[in-house]
Design a protein around this ligand. Structure first.
Ligand code: FAD
Length: 590
């Protein structure tokens, strides 16, 4: 046994780095690779591991100190017989291979690079996980894994955590949709005797407010990662093999070795080929910036994202047109649920062209001239801006997955099993990159499944339903089997519908255009699906999803006392309509 000092290793370009946490105290017995302190640079927070095993005799730094290469951190009485080599630069941590808790060797498919054969030290066997991508799927996985005791490195190429959802998706769009709702509600109060003037829109302040909302949430994630001592590495990751990846951030290259990995690299907007390269052609990210509001906007794509942005621009006074290739708006949703939205926007928007293809876009000085094709096609028209919202493509083909032996299909999706494992058992994939509905809550749920499986828990994706919401006006939400699916699959179902024209709460909100529809299996009378259209449908659908997960039948829902007067009552009343016990409407006996 001998006494020695462990010092700060080579920090690459960084000097004078802040110590944000001291992780050991005198008397602690530590292993090689035990994290001693956490440092924070403007690029990352990182743990400095010990290069030897032993007992801490003295801690030589304090929280708030600044350290550089060679600064002593702790003095330890070593138990290592042979002194270990000093650790590599922090930017290239050496990490033992992962052995699954069962002790079974990770399955590597033919052709995949085998995992490294370095024997893990007992303390690290289950404690090294790298998560690529800090969207809702990735950060949820990283946080859950850290809570379960794994040592986690989170790699993210963007400056802020939160992925598409927080930075350029769910959150900024919902902030702008709130503004749209206030504008439209204020306008609609005129027929109730409350008159406001025409709103004056300060797009700069609206954008700043939206960005502040985003900033609060992404800042919160940074704090949550720090509290969990997650090492955040900035840069773009590519696999080198099945146990390491490189992270590039400008000229800086970091090699991260891992025992297990979770791929959570998300998706990006589809670009339509043949369109001119013109800043007046926006994707959803550009549209959220509200720069130079156009007079006339054409939204290409009548799905959820396109229609939400159409709703925002319409409320801000832009003349909106929508073109959709398929015969109906929001493909995949029951037609009766879409109809109230369609009725409302048909009155407000300039054109809604269904079953229509855009065949050509010419960039001209006075605008973008668009040609159409299809039964409802109109003559070419000129618009000031276009928003292309025709779907998203997964980022699975941009991460060198084949170097790790991970199979990616031709569209960029990674196939996974119910534990979110790819064909390489110690590499998981979650979120948009694995397909299914591209929704934040689906990705976050998968993130927890993957983290728990990685920590050795018996966990699999067994959710029955993933709710979908269009935050348009009116909102549309559905969960479980749709009526269209029930009919196509020949399911013997019964239906309970409650129109909101009979909902006291809806009328007090000055709205009567919504309804709640529940579908029940006729034999078991259990709920199999539901759809809601109207204000706050997105919040209300949670009860439907919960009831399906719990295997609730119509009586369970109808006999649950719902508060009055609320929109939630309409869920109970739709169940009563199916049961034949509804008193708030007169339904002739079946
Ligand atoms: C305008 C808009 C509105 C939306 N609204 C909703 C909504 O209301 N509700 C909802 O549920 N969903 C909504 N979505 C979809 C939702 O944003 C996505 O489903 C969700 O963000 C997917 O999460 P993810 O973690 O899989 O991927 P992402 O959120 O895409 O995150 C992936 C992360 O990985 C990073 N990354 C990618 N490649 C690398 C690499 N090689 N190295 C390092 N980092 C990398 C990216 O920078 C990104 O931060 C919306 C999307 C858009 C565009």
């Amino acid at each position: 046994m001998s006494e020695r000092e462990v010092v700060v290793p080579d920090l690459g370009d960084f000097k004078d780095v802040a110590v944000v946490d001291v992780l050991v105290a005198p008397g602690a017995v530590i292993e090689r690779e035990t994290a001693l302190i956490t440092l924070e640079t403007e690029k990352a927070t990182l743990d400095v591991p010990s290069d030897a095993a032993g007992k801490v005799a003295a801690v030589l730094v304090r929280k708030g100190d600044r350290v550089s290469k060679g600064t002593p951190i702790v003095r330890i009485t070593t138990t290592d017989e042979v002194r270990s080599p000093p650790p590599a630069a922090v930017s290239a941590p050496s990490v033992p291979a992962f052995a699954p808790p069962s002790g079974a060797a990770p399955k590597v498919p033919p052709g995949a690079a085998p995992a490294p054969v370095r024997k893990p030290s007992p303390a690290d066997t289950s404690k090294r996980l790298v998560v690529i991508g800090a969207g809702p799927a990735g950060y949820t996985a990283a946080f859950r894994a850290a809570d379960l005791g794994l040592r986690v490195t989170l790699v993210e190429r963007w400056p802020a955590l939160g992925g598409v959802c927080l930075n350029v998706g769910c959150i900024p769009s919902k902030a702008l949709l709130h503004a749209a709702r206030v504008i439209e509600e204020a306008e609609s109060m005129a027929n109730c005797g409350v008159l406001f003037g025409k709103p004056r829109i300060d797009t700069e302040r609206l954008r700043l407010w939206k960005n502040r909302v985003v900033g609060k949430l992404t800042g919160g994630l940074t704090l949550l990662a720090k509290q969990r001592k997650i090492e955040v590495v900035r840069g773009s990751a590519r696999f080198l093999d099945a146990s390491s990846l490189e992270v590039r951030d400008g000229d800086r290259r970091t090699v991260v070795r891992f025992g297990q990995a979770i791929i959570a690299v998300g998706s990006e907007p589809v670009r339509l080929p043949g369109f001119p390269d013109d800043p007046r052609i926006m994707d959803s990210t550009a549209a959220l910036e509200l720069e130079n509001l156009p007079k006339r906007l054409l939204v290409i794509g009548g799905g959820i994202i396109g229609l939400e942005m159409a709703c925002v621009y319409d409320a801000l006074g832009v003349e909106v047109s929508v073109v959709e290739l398929t015969p109906g708006l929001i493909p995949g949703c029951d037609r009766d649920l879409v109809r109230p939205l369609e009725r409302r926007i048909t009155k407000r928007y300039r054109q809604i062209l269904l079953g229509t293809r855009v065949t050509r876009v010419e960039a001209r000085k006075q605008g973008l001239r668009v040609s159409f094709e299809g039964p409802a096609a109109i003559e070419p028209e000129t618009y000031d801006k276009l928003l292309v919202a025709v779907g998203r493509v997964p980022n699975g083909r941009n991460i060198g997955a084949d170097a790790a032996g991970v199979a990616v299909d031709e569209r960029g999706f990674i196939k996974v099993d119910r534990q979110q494992r790819s064909n390489v058992a110690h590499i998981f994939a979650i979120g948009d990159v694995v397909g299914g509905p591209m929704l934040a809550h689906k990705g976050a749920h998968e993130g927890k499944v993957a983290a728990e499986a990685a920590a050795g828990h018996k966990r699999a994706f067994d959710a029955r339903v993933i709710p979908s919401v269009a935050y348009t006006d009116p909102e549309i939400a559905w969960a479980g089997t749709t009526e269209t699916e029930a009919q196509a699959q020949g399911i013997d179902y019964g239906k309970g519908v409650y129109p909101w024209v009979a909902s006291a709460r809806s009328l007090t909100l000055n709205r009567d255009d919504g309804f709640t529809k529940l579908l029940f299996d006729k034999g078991s009378r259990r709920l199999i699906g539901g759809g809601i259209v109207g204000p706050n449908a997105g919040d209300l659908i949670a009860e439907v999803a919960h009831a399906i997960e719990m295997g609730s039948d119509a009586a369970d829902i109808g006999l649950t006392i719902h508060p009055h007067p609320t929109l939630s009552e309409t869920v109970g009343m739709a169940a009563e309509a199916f049961e034949g016990t509804l008193t708030d409407l007169y339904l002739p006996k079946r």
